[in-house]
Design a binder for this molecule. Structure first.
Ligand SMILES: [Zn+2]
Length: 221
């Protein structure tokens, strides 16, 4: 069994039979995602570049499986203090609701780790492109890391998969942006060969990791 822990199914034209967490980025995608809750796990959150507006109230009302995607992104010029405040308010909400978080981090890995250190949460860092030295901080705290389809050719993600404790690796597509949900099957094969295991052994480990990540939400679908 395969799980795609980070995709945007409201923006994806195809379909899939695997389990998917459909993450939001703004108020509009939060509303679209809620309509998909019978098919997918729903991640509700406001990404670093979008307005928070009344999102906290909406998210609480809609009872999400995951809060996400949320995080920090310093790739484009941005008001860092404002991003941090937005990130913190959603982490607090996740703590109150007792749900995991799907975290986006770009050119902001150190700040992401600093902010997260104040919270007691189940964390997945999606598509982590920062330094492996910083990823290690996450491993020590038991954070999950979801690997995108580019693991097939990316030496960065291959190294991440090798360095991480096996029980912290998850798979994602970030569909429709980085691939499609079914691509996680290929990712599992690549991860298996990095680990020196059979595909079915890696599949089982990653499936069990996904269950632990989703916690009480897992059995909802
Ligand atoms: Zn995403």
């Amino acid at each position: 069994m395969y799980v795609d822990v980070h995709a945007h199914m409201y923006a994806y034209k195809g379909s899939t039979n695997i389990r998917v967490v459909s993450c939001s980025v703004d108020l509009d995608s939060i509303k679209k995602n809620v309509l998909l809750r019978d098919k997918y796990y729903i991640g509700l959150g406001i990404d670093p570049h979008e307005e928070l507006g009344n999102a906290l109230d909406l998210i609480r009302e809609y009872n999400p499986d995951v809060i996400g995607e949320i995080g920090l992104d310093y790739y484009y010029p941005a008001d860092r203090d404002e991003q941090i405040k937005k990130f913190e308010s959603q982490l607090e909400l996740a703590e109150q609701l007792g749900v995991p978080v799907s975290v986006h981090s770009r050119r902001a890995e150190k700040d992401v780790m600093d902010v997260l250190s104040s919270y007691n949460l189940i964390v997945n860092i999606h598509c982590f492109t920062g330094k492996l030295k910083i990823a290690k901080i996450g491993f020590d705290r038991g954070y999950f890391f979801s690997v995108p389809p580019s693991v097939v050719r990316s030496s960065h993600f291959k190294s991440l998969v090798k360095l991480a404790p096996k029980e912290l690796i998850l798979t994602e597509s970030d569909a429709p942006y980085l691939g499609k949900p079914d691509d996680v099957k290929t990712s599992v094969n690549v991860i298996a060969s990095e680990w020196g295991l059979s595909s079915s052994e890696a599949e089982e480990i990653i499936f069990n990791n996904s269950k632990r990540y989703l916690g009480k939400a897992f059995n909802r679908l």
